[in-house]
Write a protein that binds this ligand. Structure first.
Ligand SMILES: *Cc1c(COP(=O)(O)O)cnc(C)c1O
Length: 350
């Protein structure tokens, strides 16, 4: 058995891959498979409606939010978000929690005035009232940290890059004005970003924005201003169905806690051969950052792990070391195999 712990593009559920082969790539009586029919036709329209409906059910989406299926990755939204939500003279607040927060702010700074915030030690947020929105990255994929609590932003809408935590746990959508997640971590193959926007914010999109980038025009056009990423959307629909069959987001969160507890438990119980550097109350349940106390053993660990069927454990270049991503599609057996290998390696090499 081989397990893929990549941070993204990440593992997709086995059942979804099998279903995709049977449904998405099969030719119908018209000689076309699902990927070859017009995006404006009845088949794809029905698929979009089904995907949107299923996602709304998973999230218990309040009625005043719209789901958009947008082309491209999360980084496109780093620039498109300020273009849509910042009125002239407004600033945007960015909470710096790590690698992706900082990149989001760097890109946004080219489009609007931004202010940087760090989570306050006393938990009291002092956001200027003239902010168009406050941006946060609740799960930092590279740092391996998850935020314990959201900023209190009052009337300032909260905008969140949920790329690596989307659909891994129930989400209080009503706390946010805008949520986005690129697909390749937890939703579908790359090429798609799912965005959720509160209705009142749609009015902010300036009339002169290029149409594919305008949240308002995309909402009006049912996410079909131009050809949407049809394959990724069809895969997303299958993944949404799969999550619902597994018991929804509560079940995803419970399984996620069990998987994370196994792997962190093996690291913490390794007699300090392995170190998980993130403070316990901020550890991400999905992206586990760790390293060997003796960094000279890193390459040995990576090659022995691969020989044991445990792949893509090298850490992001920003921090080095090791990282294991345990998204929804990673079965508990995968986390168990990794935890067992970590314990065994510590015993042999410690
Ligand atoms: C992976 C990731 C990104 C980058 O996503 P792209 O789709 O490659 O642009 C941005 N933010 C977070 C939190 C991520 O995990």
């Amino acid at each position: 058995m081989a397990w893929n712990f990549a941070a993204g593009p990440a593992r997709l559920p086995d059942a979804v891959l099998a279903q995709a082969a049977a449904e998405i790539f099969r030719r119908g009586a018209d000689g076309a498979c699902a990927l070859e029919r017009p995006f404006s036709g009845p088949d794809f329209r029905a698929l979009l409606a089904r995907a949107r409906q299923r996602l709304a059910e998973l999230l218990a989406l309040p009625a005043n939010y719209r789901i958009l299926f947008l082309a491209g990755g999360a980084m496109q939204q780093f620039s498109i978000l300020p273009l849509n939500l910042c009125r002239p003279q407004q600033r945007a607040a960015y909470v710096n929690r790590g690698y992706w927060s900082a990149r989001a702010m760097a890109e946004a700074s080219r489009q609007a005035d931004t202010i940087e915030f760090f989570p306050p030690a006393d938990g009291v947020w002092a956001l200027p009232a003239d902010c168009a929105y406050c941006h946060i990255t609740p799960n930092e994929t590279v740092d391996g940290s998850a935020c314990a609590s959201l900023p209190e932003t009052g009337a300032v809408p909260l905008a969140a890059d949920c790329t690596s935590s989307f659909l891994t746990a129930p989400l209080a959508v009503d706390k946010f004005g805008f949520i986005y997640a690129s697909a390749q971590k937890n939703i579908a193959p790359a090429g798609l970003t799912v965005a959720i926007i509160r209705d009142d914010l749609l009015e902010r999109s300036p009339a002169d924005l290029p149409a594919p980038f305008s949240y308002r025009r995309q909402a009006e056009a049912n996410s079909c201003v131009n050809t949407p990423p049809m394959f990724a959307i069809q895969m997303a629909a299958l993944v949404f169905d799969w999550i619902a069959e597994q018991g929804g987001l509560t079940a995803m969160a419970a399984a996620g806690r069990r998987k994370a507890a196994r792997v962190y438990g093996a690291i913490d119980g390794s007699g300090e051969v392995f170190v998980a550097p993130v403070a316990v109350d901020q550890r991400s349940p999905v992206n586990i950052r760790f390293h060997l106390a003796d960094s000279a053993l890193t390459e040995t660990f990576i090659s022995e792990a691969a020989a044991a069927g445990l792949h893509h454990l090298r850490g992001h270049a920003h921090f080095g070391g090791l990282r294991a991503s345990l998204y929804n599609a990673m079965p508990e057996a995968g986390a168990q195999a990794l935890a067992g290998f970590i314990t065994d390696f510590a015993r042999r090499r410690g």
